[in-house]
Write a protein that binds this ligand. Structure first.
Ligand SMILES: [Zn+2]
Length: 117
């Protein structure tokens, strides 16, 4: 799905799957990202609070951000991976493809070298 840390391939270079089915498609991944971030930050917060019990309630969330920040690109990446899998599992049928997705298929088919479907 990705060719860099946060750079996406779209469509898939192996099977030609169009990841972004419609404009705003990855808005759903933001919910996944929010959930992942909340779990990570919550975990780091309680780890910081137990490691440094004297730390104030205002400082502990800031300290919890330190181990979280390097993970932010991974949260972005895997929230999109999860979203694509979740959404495709919920609605795998090509018949539901909207005009935008069909347009993207045609674009992808034009760019694909001949001999690959
Ligand atoms: Zn693929």
């Amino acid at each position: 799905m990705f060719r860099g840390l946060v750079t996406m391939n779209d469509p898939c270079p192996v099977c030609g799957l169009v990841f972004q089915r419609e404009e705003g498609y990855f808005l759903g991944a933001m919910y996944v990202s929010y959930l992942l971030s909340a779990l990570l930050l919550g975990g780091f917060y309680f780890a910081v609070k137990s490691a440094f019990p004297g730390l104030s309630s205002a400082a502990a969330p800031l300290v919890a951000l330190i181990p979280y920040l390097p993970l932010a690109p991974l949260v972005f990446r895997y929230s999109r991976v999860f979203w694509v899998h979740f959404e495709r599992a919920a609605d795998p049928n090509d018949l539901s493809a909207g005009a935008y997705e069909k347009h993207r298929w045609r674009q992808a088919a034009r760019r694909r070298p001949p001999g690959r479907s």
